[in-house]
Design a protein. Structure first.
Length: 205
C-alpha cells in the first residue's frame, strides 16, 4: 500500500471519520511544510514514550520523571477513597473534576451495545468487578470503598450499560448509585456543564 493510502486508512479508524474525511486529512498534510509534519509525527511518538495508562482507574496520564503506575488522582491520598465514580471515557473525568467531586474514578472505556450478549467485550467489566469486590481487598486501602456511582450517558446505550452494571455489581459490597435527574436525555458527561453534574451527583440514587 502506498503511504497516502496507508495514512488515509489510519485516519479512517478515528471515531466519526469516514473515507472522504480521512482522504482530506492526508491532502491537508501534503500541503503543509516538512516541519509541521515532523512535529506532528513527533507528538504521536511521544504519546507512547511519555504517557501511561493508570493501573487503578485506567485513564491515560503523562508520566513524570518518577516512574509511577498510578495517575495523580489515584496517587493522591487526600482523595475520598470511599467513592468510586465510574465513567465511560477519560474526557468525562476532566468534566467531573470541574463539578467539585473529590473521590476516585474508574474508566469503563465505552458502553455496551443494546444487542450485545457479551458485555465484557465492550467495557472493562472484569477489572471493575475486581475493584468493586470487597472480598478482594482484605487489609487493603480499597476496603474503604463504600459507594460506586455510575456516571453513564443519558442515552439508550448508557441506560443499558447501567442496568447491566447494577446487576453485575449488586453483590460486590459497596452501595451502587447512579447520577440522578439533571442530565438531560441524550447528553454525555463529557459535554454536561459542571453545575449540572454537581446537582445530578447530589440527587444520585
Ligand atoms: Zn488513576
Amino acid at each position: 500500500m502506498n503511504p497516502i493510502d496507508r495514512l488515509a486508512e489510519a485516519f479512517e479508524r478515528f471515531p466519526g471519520i469516514g473515507p472522504r474525511q480521512a482522504g482530506r486529512f492526508v491532502q491537508y498534510l501534503l500541503r503543509q511544510n516538512q516541519s509541521y509534519r515532523s512535529t506532528l509525527a513527533d507528538s504521536i511518538k511521544k504519546l507512547s514514550a511519555e504517557t501511561a495508562q493508570c493501573n487503578k482507574c485506567f485513564r491515560w496520564f503523562v508520566k513524570s520523571d518518577a516512574k509511577r503506575d498510578f495517575c495523580d488522582i489515584c496517587g493522591d491520598a487526600r482523595r475520598d477513597a470511599s467513592l468510586l465514580f465510574v465513567v465511560e471515557k477519560d474526557a468525562d473525568i476532566e468534566n467531573v473534576e470541574k463539578s467539585g467531586y473529590r473521590g476516585l474514578y474508574f474508566v469503563l472505556s465505552g458502553t455496551i451495545p443494546l444487542a450485545s450478549e457479551e458485555p465484557q467485550k465492550f467495557i472493562r467489566l472484569e477489572k471493575l468487578l475486581v475493584r468493586a469486590n470487597h472480598r478482594n481487598h482484605r487489609g487493603d486501602a480499597s476496603m474503604k470503598l463504600q459507594e460506586i456511582i455510575l456516571g453513564l450517558s443519558a442515552t439508550a446505550e448508557g441506560d443499558h450499560t447501567r442496568l447491566i452494571l447494577q446487576e453485575k455489581l449488586k453483590n460486590a459490597g459497596p452501595k451502587i448509585s447512579s447520577l440522578g435527574r439533571g442530565l438531560s436525555t441524550g447528553s454525555e458527561l463529557e459535554y454536561a456543564d459542571p453545575d449540572t453534574i454537581a446537582s445530578a451527583f447530589d440527587s444520585r440514587n
